[in-house]
Design a protein around this ligand. Structure first.
Ligand code: HEC
Length: 124
């Protein structure tokens, strides 16, 4: 509470700046992925039917590449620079990125894909 008045006095630009800083305990909101939710979703979506995924139960599939160390890879699926936005894009619509590849569109929401991308970002 002590901070409130000086903050108001500093005006909008500072408030906008502060709005960009995510405290570590902040719940994941739009645009921010939650790795724990991502892990749960990956089990539900059966990503492990096609991929080996560390930390995901029974994820031992051999159709797609193993996802060990995927966070360290520079390019996703051979075409997209590995950024959180691009990973989200890939997960939502792999067929648009590499038409005809074996990974199906799972009908994920933006938030679901962001959550999965956040989990994948932990696989170093
Ligand atoms: C039917 C099999 C199949 C399923 C199900 C599947 N994938 Fe894939 N996945 C693939 C294939 C095949 C590729 C390689 C595509 C390419 O490189 O063109 C791939 C590529 C990827 C990549 C890029 C890996 C790299 O090293 O570039 C990621 C990340 C990925 N999948 C995550 C997922 C996640 C998360 C799910 C669950 C929502 C999922 N996949 C479901 C087959 C699958």
């Amino acid at each position: 509470m002590r901070l409130r008045r000086p903050l108001l006095a500093l005006g909008a630009p500072v408030v906008v700046l502060l709005g960009c800083v995510q405290p570590p305990e902040a719940p994941a909101g739009p645009g921010v992925g939650d790795p724990e939710r991502g892990a749960v979703l990956m089990v539900r979506e059966a990503c492990g039917a096609c991929h080996e995924i560390p930390g995901i139960q029974e994820a031992e599939g051999q159709v797609g590449p193993p996802l060990h160390g995927v966070a360290r890879r520079t390019i996703i699926a051979g075409v997209l620079p590995n950024t959180p936005d691009n990973m989200t894009r890939w997960l939502r619509d792999p067929q648009a990125v590499v038409p005809g590849n074996a990974m199906p569109n799972a009908g994920l929401s933006e938030q679901q894909a962001r959550d999965m991308a956040a989990y994948l970002a932990t696989l170093r």
